[in-house]
Design a protein around this ligand. Structure first.
Ligand code: COA
Length: 138
């Protein structure tokens, strides 16, 4: 992720998550040391993902793929890139939250070996819970 990509990344997040989207402040925070912020490029940006690596476990914060490029392996490429980075940094576990209603994301994470370890009530909105999913990085 470079400064020039931030506006595009924010606009995609607004398209996907409306009011719950990251603002520019959160976008800039994801570029600070202790995080990893990556862009998938296919002749232009098609997706982005962010991870916090400050804790004992790598923490995936978000993955956004342009709706015009879904089911082309972009989400998998972004996730693989973050997991490889976490391994290189010596992390032995990775954690993330995903909305219980988000079937595409849950399927992606399960395909990569994540399993639900808990559920947080009202994490996204009063009626939308999150699964906490984890994976060993071996
Ligand atoms: C979830 C998301 C990142 C997946 O990105 P993607 O580029 O379409 O994913 P991939 O093409 O790499 O698909 C990998 C696997 O994910 C699963 N998957 C992806 N989209 C799916 C869908 N619509 N329905 C069911 N499974 C799906 C499948 O297991 C797929 O493997 P397969 O193609 O061999 O069946 C994308 O749908 C997205 O950006 N959604 C909106 C943002 C979001 O919810 N992010 C996650 C926040 S926790």
């Amino acid at each position: 992720m470079e400064e020039k990509d931030l506006e595009w990344a924010k606009e995609l997040d607004v398209r996907l998550f409306s009011d719950a989207a990251w603002g520019m402040e959160e976008m800039r925070e994801a570029m600070l040391p202790g995080r990893r912020f990556v862009v998938a490029d296919d002749g232009g940006p098609v997706g982005w993902a962010a991870m916090d690596i400050r804790g004992a476990k790598a923490h995936i914060l978000s993955i956004d793929v342009d709706p015009a490029h879904r089911r082309e392996g972009v989400g998998s490429a972004l996730l693989s890139s973050l997991l490889s980075c976490a391994r290189r940094l010596g992390k032995d576990r990775c954690v993330l939250e995903a909305a219980c209603s988000n079937a595409p994301a849950l399927a992606l994470y399960k395909k990569f070996g994540f399993s639900a370890k808990g559920r947080i009530g009202g994490y996204y909105s009063p009626s939308l819970d999150a699964f906490v999913m984890e994976k060993d990085l071996d």
